[in-house]
Design a protein around this ligand. Sequence first.
Ligand SMILES: Nc1ncnc2c1ncn2[C@@H]1O[C@H](COP(=O)(O)OP(=O)(O)O)[C@@H](O)[C@H]1O
Ligand SMILES: [Mg+2]
Length: 429
Amino acid sequence: MKILVIGGGGREHALVWKLGQGAGVTKLWCAPGNGGLTQEAECVAVDAGDVTGLIALAEKVSPDLTVVGPELPLVNGLVDAFAERKWAVVGPDKGAATLEGSKIFAKEFLQRHSIPTAELYGTHDSAGGAYGALCAVDWPVVIKADGLCAGKGVFVAPDPDAATDFIERVMEKNELGAGGSRVMLEEALVGEELSFILLTDGERYAPLVPTRDHKRAFDDNQGPNTGGMGAYSSDELLPADLRRTIEKTIVEPTMKGLAADGIRYQGFLYVGLMLTKSGPKVLEFNCRLGDPETQAILARVDFDLAEVLADAAGGHLKPEKMKWKAGASACVVMASGGYPGKFETGKEIHGLADAARVADVKVLHAGTKRTGETIVTNGGRVLGVTATGNTLSGALQRAYEAAGKIQFEGMHFRKDIGKTHQQSSAAGD
Ligand SMILES: Nc1ncnc2c1ncn2[C@@H]1O[C@H](COP(=O)(O)OP(=O)(O)O)[C@@H](O)[C@H]1O
Ligand SMILES: [Mg+2]
C-alpha cells in the first residue's frame, strides 16, 4: 500500500511514523512534510491548503490511500475532489467538515438534535448587533468567531469592556479575516475539558484513547494560548461510566443526527467537551485529529493503522481491530523562544540522537528543517517528544528525560504536562 499524508506538523509526523509500521505499506509521501520526517516519508513541497496542487500530486504518484491531517484541505473540499475521482481518502467532505468550518452550523446541529452544549445567546453578522446583545447575557460570556481562525477565534470575556474590545477587533478591524465576519455569543461553561476523538466510516465508529492537551504557553496554565504545548493519554482520564455517558448522550445522537441530516461523515471526528456538573457538554467539533493529541494517541496504537484507515476510507471499518497499548503516553512540545508570539528560526537543534535512545521515546518533528546534515528550527512548535509507559508518571519521566537531552537556542517547554491529572488522581477525586 502506498500512502500520501497531507500536512507538515507533529501530527503528520506521528501519522507517518505509525502508518510506516503497517505490514503492507511500501511507500509514504508527505505534503509538505518537514525536515524531521524525510527519512520516513518522501516530502513533496505542496501546501496542505492547495487542493489543486494536491490533486496534481495524487495524479502523479497514485497513492492507494490519502490521509488528511489539517482542517484546511477538508474545508476546501479536498475529499470531494478525491471522491469524485474514486481515490481512497480518510477525512470528511466539505459539507461534513462544516461542523468545524462554521461554529454556528455546529451549534445549530447540536440544538437540532438535542445534544448537550452551552446555551446559545445569539448569532450576529454585524458588530452593532453583537454590542447590543451584550446587555442581555450572563457574565462571563463566550464570543466565538464563526469560521476557521487558527485557534484565535474564541474569547471568554469577563466583562462588557473586554467583550466589546474583542468584537471590535474581530468584526470591525477584521483581525481574524473572513472567519470573523459572523460571531455567536454563548454561555460560559465551567469544568474540566476532555477531547473525545473517534474514527468513523460513516456508519460504524470507534473511539480513540482519551487525551487531554495543554493550550497555555507556560506552567500552571499561565501565559497566552498556543496551538498546544503538550498532551497525555491515560485510560484513567475516562472512567467507564463517563465514557458510557459521553457515548450515550453525545456520540450516538451525533451519529444519528448526521445520518438524519443526510451528512455522511467519514474520518476522524474530534469532540471537544466540557465536563460540567450537569454532565458532559460539547464545546466544539473538529473534523480531524488534534495536534499534539495525535502524538500521544498514536504512541499507544497496537494495530495496523494503515489497514484500519484503509478500511475506514472504504466504508468497512472494523472497530475490533483497534487494540491499544495499556498504560499511558505523553507528548512534551518544545517550542521556539518567543512562541506563540514572534520567534526566530534557523537555530540548530542538538541532542536529537541522544533523546531518541531513551527507551519508549519517539521524537516527533513539527517546525524543523534539514540543512545538510543538521536539523534546524523552522516554526513555533519545533518538536513533540513523545513517550509511552505503564503509568502516566512513567511516560512523563521518559518524555522529560529525552527532552532534557535536546538543546536549541531560546527553546522553552512546559514542565507540568500531565501534572494536573496526576495531582487530582493522587488526591482521589
Ligand atoms: N462555552 C464555553 N464555556 C467556557 N469555555 C469555553 C466555551 N467555549 C470555548 N471555551 C474555551 O475556549 C477554548 C477554545 O474554544 P473552541 O470552541 O474549542 O474553539 P477553537 O478550538 O476553534 O479555538 C476551549 O478549549 C475552551 O477552553
Ligand atoms: Mg478547540
